[in-house]
Write a protein that binds this ligand. Structure first.
Ligand code: WT7
Length: 631
């Protein structure tokens, strides 16, 4: 259902609110199903047994691939652009992609993978990551992609949590001018993963890596000999499709579980309506498939809608800071979707790097992952979109499966730094600290969602109680997003950022507790508190306050290096601290809770009023910390 006017959007939003069953019934009928549903939706945010299209059966890859063969068989499905601009691209038509996915499906089956088994992918952005994910979906296995920037320990934690039987990796990854030793890291991780029976290795750099007899196999050799036909496995609507790990305020990363039919309908519907593509357009989302953006808007969304989607192995600054613009020019990209952190980084470079490229193919620009500041929005609009292209600022989360609040390109208006309007099916509401709804406009509060939508994650893998506790307990009966938001007088939303202990570093979600755990592993650290602070390029940086056992042992610079080595080992380089301050104590309430509000202000070099500190157990420490921070 493509909504192509503002009136159509408004009508759809109202219909999805008033007659959700009739509305989603219509949307879902655009796809092919083995068996239709008995009931469109059931369950709510109290019982937490949410189901969509119950009773139906389908296979999502038939909708991504087979369904297009007759009408779009020779259309390009995937364009793959290598890290090195001199390496030839790979283009796969829908027919070829279908064949490759079938090959991979047969390889997985030969390796003993069955319906319901978990397959972990720890790869770079090679075409086999995308075909591998789809191959899992084709045979009913559950994929769990772990971003290639995570450490061995982080990988092991995820592999064990979902009890994966098989891991697919690369010998090494190319990443700009560097390589990442994915297989070596996998080997290290698997020392503590006794459940893994098989490892498939996609050779990429040709580095010499070790193969463990009986366990490890060369992926490309297996694919070469595999059959290009594989019947799709019939899946129930609520069968799991994938697990994706993400960080929260507390504890270890959570494996959000998405199911088949609801996720499919949501990914397809949001992709079609937000981006408003036409048949011959070329779409490029610069995310990594290791994140939810790459699942919904490189893989499933575009393929469900028969689009041409570009997959990029490299980074925006290699070989030079005009790589994005070069790629847009090279493939005449019409729809470009990236993160504010990339925009801010490129904005800081010589403007000629943008201006020397022909970007006239562009029609729509997208932003995702963190709030986009006005300056970056204006620059993106002017220098990249030449003031011709609407910008869709898409707010959503790993948990939501797809875009929740965004303008529809060229259909509803774009407003600088505002995500603007909810998708049909989404009822956002703002609540105050006491959980009372803040009605009317303008307003500000914590962002909740009132009712289940098709794409919501159904549980945290293996821990339904934690699912309930994390999302539905702060404001009972409502989904709490963890974000704050403002609503303007025209009911358009502006996301202001996380209100919990989650930091958004370059669009990556980092849990402060996880970083603290890593820091506390250091023998000289007694206690630590990690907060986010405003960072010009990354959006937020990581600031760590640490109490040392023996402060005479530390020299300022070394401690940061040493702590970052611990963080890199336990989480990965993406969570490194930008700032480390040694303190003698942390401001605590009488009940022993760290007052992060104060630490956040100091980290932000905010010299204003710190608020009431008289209730602190140790108010004297505040002045010391301020001084140490140079305030
Ligand atoms: C968090 C979710 C959604 C895919 C990528 C991140 C922040 C995301 C926006 C936006 C302001 C945004 C929120 C959210 N966020 N998009 N357009 N404007 N903030 O997924 O890793 O699950 O992170 O990213 O804080 O809660 P994620």
């Amino acid at each position: 259902m493509k909504l192509t006017s503002k009136a159509a959007y408004q009508e759809a939003w109202a219909e999805a609110l008033n007659s959700p069953e009739a509305f989603w019934d219509k949307v879902a009928k655009e796809y092919s199903w083995h068996k239709p549903w008995d009931k469109v939706c059931s369950g709510d945010f109290n019982s937490l047994d949410i189901k969509w299209f119950e009773g139906a059966s389908l296979n999502i890859t038939e909708n991504c691939l087979d369904r297009h063969l007759e009408t779009r068989g020779d259309k390009t499905a995937i364009i793959w652009e290598a890290n090195d601009p001199n390496e030839k691209e790979i283009c796969l038509t829908y027919k070829e992609l279908h064949a490759d996915v079938c090959r991979f499906s047969n390889v997985l089956k030969d390796q003993g993978v069955q319906k319901g088994d978990r397959v972990v992918f720890y790869m770079s952005m090679v075409p086999e990551l995308l075909t591998g994910v789809l191959a899992c979906a084709r045979i009913g296995a559950i994929h769990s992609v772990v971003f290639g920037g995570f450490s061995a320990q982080a990988l092991a934690g995820r592999v064990n949590d979902c009890e994966a039987k098989i891991v697919v990796t690369c010998d090494e990854a190319f990443r700009g001018g560097k390589t990442i030793a994915l297989k070596a890291i996998t080997d290290e991780a698997l020392e503590s993963c006794p459940g893994v029976e098989k490892v498939l290795v996609r050779e990429r750099t040709g580095a010499k890596v070790t193969y463990k007899e009986g366990r490890d196999h060369k992926l490309m050799e297996l694919l070469k000999d595999a059959s290009t036909t594989c019947e799709p496995t019939e899946m129930n609507a609520e069968d799991p499709l994938f697990i994706l790990y993400t960080s929260g305020s507390t504890g270890t990363p959570k494996g959000l579980m998405h199911t088949t039919a609801g996720y499919m309908v949501w990914a397809g519907f949001t992709f079609e309506n937000v981006f408003q593509m036409e048949e011959n357009d070329t779409y490029w989302c610069s995310a990594d498939i290791g994140w939810i953006t790459g699942h919904s808007y490189i893989t499933y969304g575009p393929l469900l809608k028969g689009a041409t989607t570009l997959m990029f192995e490299g980074v925006p600054t290699y070989p030079a800071a005009d790589r994005f613009w070069d790629v847009i020019d090279k493939y005449k990209v019409t729809h470009f979707y990236t993160a504010p952190t990339a925009i801010r980084a490129l904005m800081a470079c010589d403007i000629e790097l943008v201006r020397k490229h022909d970007l006239s193919s562009l029609k729509v620009l997208g932003s995702v992952g963190e709030p986009i500041n006005e300056e970056a929005w204006e620059w993106y609009h002017k220098e990249v979109g030449k003031e011709r292209c609407p910008i869709v600022d898409t707010w959503w989360q790993t948990e939501t499966g797809g875009i929740m609040i965004s303008s529809l390109a060229g259909v509803t208006e774009s407003v600088p730094a505002h995500a603007t309007l909810p998708m049909p099916g989404i009822q956002p509401l703002l609540v105050d600290a006491e959980g009372k709804e803040v009605s009317g406009s303008p307003a500000e509060g914590n962002l909740c969602i009132e009712k289940p939508w098709p794409g919501i994650a159904r549980t945290i893998w293996g821990n339904h109680d934690r699912y309930k506790e994390t999302y539905f307990t702060t404001y009972p009966g409502r989904y709490f997003t963890g974000d704050g938001a403002k609503r303007d007088s025209e009911s358009r939303y502006r996301i202001t950022g996380r209100v919990d202990d989650v930091i958004n570093v370059s669009g990556h979600r980092i849990g402060t507790a996880e970083v603290e755990d890593a820091i506390n592993e250091h023998e000289n650290i007694i206690e630590s508190a990690v907060v986010g602070f405003p960072h010009e390029i990354k959006g937020q940086g990581i600031y760590a306050y640490v109490i040392c056992q023996d402060s005479s042992k530390i020299e300022g610079e070394n401690i940061q290096k040493e702590l970052n080595a611990h963080i890199t080992k336990m989480i990965g380089p993406i969570a490194k601290a930008d700032c480390v301050q040694v303190v003698s104590g942390l401001p605590k309430t009488r009940s022993g809770k760290i007052m992060r509000r104060i630490l956040r202000k100091i980290a932000a070099k905010d010299t204003g009023d710190l608020g009431d500190i008289s209730t602190l157990l140790n108010p004297e420490v505040v002045d010391e910390i301020k001084k140490g921070a140079g305030l």
